[in-house]
Ligand binder design. Structure first.
Ligand code: COA
Ligand code: AMP
Length: 634
């Protein structure tokens, strides 16, 4: 029996959850103390820190100025695509956030109103998020790579009073005007925002709609700074939409109290950083990693955070990450394994690493997808620092499993994100709901309650939350991931149990893509599967069955469906390939055998399912996939 420090902390977090998180909460500034750490009176819905009041923006920004960190840099904007490095101290950042919060108030935004933020990686995006938090408005950031229809779906669900956007984003050398996308989304949506605040960037001037749109500059110029308002710990801080199993995304809700407590706790205990350290999450504010580790956690901890508008390769080269680390004294970097695969592909020997002084760099954390052992070992050998894979999801906001460097650096096992993080009672269950023995794969679940920071519910949809996550195994949260635990308690996250795929660390629904393909007039039936890809981990591939009598050339139809996914979901889906097949393999009850097709595409061994309607179809599928470069034995 191990008596490691991690084990002791982990055990206490489960046996005395209220004591554990109650202590962690003392690290924050509360305007009113909670009456109960954990309210379990509405099981299976739980709430943390009920009765407590605080303001997340105060804790993340103003507090540091009040406590003497006003001159420390809060945000470094490093943008190789515009050749800019800009630094904002906590004092400067507070003044901007307060003024922007005032601008929101002036435009009629009140506590509880929703504000959608559709912006590239610029510091104004953080100002907008914290400006909302300051006055109790609920922000919902939408990733810039999503198409107007996806944005419209989110507008319809969140019903924002105001939208904050920018004139353009920059993808390496390509300038992408955002305003036409925003206007199209608003036109499509049934719910209309009253106002839009648009940041005009020098690369593109956005046309404004009179009466509705004003520029960022105008909005700030005419505003008076607004103060932080006290908010209930259980008030929503933000909604972040994430892919579910259909084209309708799920609105994950984050509260103020539990979230702030968890975020701050993780900085010290998982990442081992303190106030004053420079912490960099190379992600995008549109994803949960960006929310948690570009914005909230590093600022709550009084760190310096980096807003990087660039890519791991191509801006200008595969040395970009090392340049940023050495130039700004980064202590911890957090990114997705795909970024490392991109760097490794261009610079296999790590020649660029040697050009920079990485003396202050202490650890690399990876998440978003399983880190393949090759990439992990490559990074370990080239960087000479701990490389930590940790596992989490939009729903949880922080690692469900991690190697908690601030508690105890456990031995790393490549392929595993280590053990359950404190607060998460992870269990692996079989179909009947019984725990499986070590080494055996099952559905990975978390025994309720989830720790602070995890979603309390879905936006306006308690029932949907219970149905999607809590009903499969009563008393447990269903992560949607399958995997196993070894004899030492290390977790291995192997696959999703639904049709979600992970493309370059981005979570996408193949069901959503199928809905787009099915709308093509020539398509009778279709399926989208995620196939293995060396760079992006997985990429989606479509299989389409044409309606009888269609005479249009197949190549043309494929081109059209590829364009449709780009237009309807966005470039980020990386949907570039589809193939026409005569029929799709199904079970006798009519269920499409996606898993079997994926194995065929990947060139893995597969069993012919006993329930298959006609096994000959599998050969046809193999031939079709082979024509586009898949289904080759490895
Ligand atoms: N706005 C508009 N378009 C965007 C976009 C944005 N914010 N982000 C991505 N896109 C576009 C890209 O330009 C690309 O378009 P293309 O098909 O015309 O080339 C497409 O969406 C796919 O993007 P991506 O998957 O990022 O591929 P890439 O080839 O541009 O880059 C990587 C590949 C690996 C370098 C990149 O995905 C990466 O840096 N990932 C790691 C970091 C990360 O973002 N992690 C997220 C979770 S931690
Ligand atoms: P997202 O909500 O976009 O963060 O995606 C969450 C999903 O990504 C998880 O449910 C997993 O399927 C996958 N994922 C994230 N991190 C890891 C990891 N470290 N190892 C394996 N899978 C991961």
């Amino acid at each position: 029996m191990s008596h490691s420090k991690y084990e002791a902390v982990y055990r206490r977090s489960l046996e005395d959850a209220e004591g554990f998180w109650g202590e962690a909460a003392q690290d924050l500034h509360w305007t009113r103390k909670w009456t109960r750490v954990l309210d379990d009176s509405r099981k299976p819905l739980y709430r943390w820190f009920v009765g407590g009041e605080l303001n997340t923006c105060y804790n993340a920004v103003d507090r540091h100025v009040d406590e003497g960190r006003g001159d420390q840099v809060a945000v470094i904007y490093d943008s190789p695509v515009t050749d800019t490095v800009q630094k904002l101290t906590y004092r400067e950042f507070r003044d901007l956030v307060a003024r922007f919060a005032g601008a929101l108030v002036k435009q009629g935004v009140r506590k509880g109103d929703r504000v959608i933020i559709y912006m590239p990686m610029v510091p104004e995006a953080l100002v907008a998020m914290l400006g909302c938090a300051r006055i109790g408005a609920i922000h919902s950031v939408v990733f810039g790579g999503f198409a107007p229809k996806e944005l419209a779906t989110r507008i319809n669900d969140a019903k924002p009073k105001l939208i904050v956007s920018a004139s353009c984003g920059i993808e390496v050398k390509r300038v992408i005007p955002y305003k036409p996308l925003l206007d199209e989304a608003i036109n499509m949506a049934a719910s209309k925002p009253e106002k839009c605040i648009i940041l005009q960037r020098p690369q593109v001037e956005a046309p404004l709609t009179p009466g509705r749109d004003l520029t960022w500059h105008e909005a700030l110029e005419t505003a008076t700074p607004a103060d932080c308002v006290p908010l209930a710990a259980t008030d929503p801080l933000y909604i972040l939409y994430t892919s579910g199993t259909t084209g309708i995304p799920k609105g994950v809700v984050r509260d103020h109290g539990g979230h702030a407590v968890a975020m701050k706790w993780t900085m010290k205990n998982i990442y081992n950083v303190q106030a004053g350290d420079v912490y960099w999450a190379a992600s995008d504010i549109g994803w949960v990693v960006g929310h948690s580790y570009i914005v909230y956690a590093p600022l709550l901890a009084g760190c310096t955070t980096i807003v990087f508008e660039g890519k791991p390769v191509g801006t200008p080269d595969a040395g970009a990450f090392w340049r940023v680390i050495s130039q700004h004294g980064v202590k911890v970097l957090f990114t997705a394994p795909t970024a490392f695969r991109a760097i490794k592909r261009e610079d296999p020997e790590g020649a660029f690493i040697k050009k920079y002084d990485l003396g202050g760099f202490k650890a690399l954390f990876l998440a978003g997808e399983r880190c393949d052992p090759d990439t992990l070992v490559w990074a370990q050998q080239r960087l000479g620092v701990p490389v930590i894979d940790h596992w989490w999801q939009t729903e949880t906001a922080w690692g469900i499993a991690a190697n908690c460097l601030g508690i105890e650096h456990l031995p790393v096992k490549p392929g595993s994100p280590t053990k359950a993080s404190p607060g998460y009672d992870v269990r692996i269950l079989d179909e009947a709901g019984d725990e499986v023995p070590p080494g055996k794969t099952g559905n990975i679940c978390v025994k309720l309650p989830l720790p602070p920071g995890c979603l309390p519910t879905l936006w306006n949809n308690d029932e949907g939350y219970i149905e999607s996550y809590l009903s499969r195994y009563p008393g447990y949260y269903l992560t949607g991931d399958a995997g196993y635990q070894d004899e030492d308690g290390y977790l291995y996250i192997m696959s999703r149990i639904d049709d979600i795929i992970n493309v370059a660390g981005h979570r996408l629904s193949t069901g959503g893509m199928e809905e787009v393909l099915a709308a093509h007039p020539a398509v009778a039936e279709c399926s989208v599967i995620g196939v293995a890809d060396e760079l992006k981990g997985e990429v989606p591939v479509g299989l389409i069955v044409l309606k009888a009598g269609v005479t249009k050339p197949e190549a043309e139809i494929v081109k059209e469906v590829v364009q449709m996914v780009r237009d309807k979901i966005g470039a980020v889906a990386s949907f570039k390939q589809a193939v026409v097949v005569k029929r799709l393999p199904k079970t006798r009850s009519g269920k499409i055998l996606r898993g079997t097709m994926k194995r065929i595409a990947d060139g893995s061994e597969y069993k012919v399912p006993a329930t298959i309607d006609d096994p000959a179809i599998l050969g046809e599928i193999g031939e079709a996939l082979n024509r586009i470069g898949y289904a080759r034995s490895r």
